[in-house]
Design a protein around this ligand. Structure first.
Ligand code: SF4
Length: 88
């Protein structure tokens, strides 16, 4: 037995190149979706539609009787959320 029982792996450079190219296509596609989503979905809105912003926003709805709960985001993901942010 050669190599004292250790396995040597042979990498097919062409298969490796195809894999990397495919992986980059997947990442590029994911990035395009994320970029498009970021235009309308507020970055402060979590997966449960709760608001994590530390400032006032017209889209925040605080559940009565639950002051410690994060606000529910009532914003639409179809409109530009930035106009709802309140400044001062
Ligand atoms: S309430 Fe306003 S700041 Fe909070 S997640 Fe919704 S749009 Fe964003």
């Amino acid at each position: 037995m050669s190599n004292s029982g250790t396995k040597t792996s042979k990498v097919d450079p062409e298969a490796f190149r195809r894999s990397i190219t495919r992986l980059m296509e997947i990442y590029r596609s994911m990035s395009a979706v994320a970029d498009k989503s970021a235009i309308t979905r507020c970055p402060y809105k979590d997966a449960r539609s709760r608001c994590s912003a530390k400032f006032s926003c017209k889209n925040q709805y605080f559940i009565p009787g639950k002051p410690d709960e994060p606000a529910v985001c009532t914003g639409s993901d179809k409109l530009d959320y930035r106009y709802a942010w309140e400044q001062d």
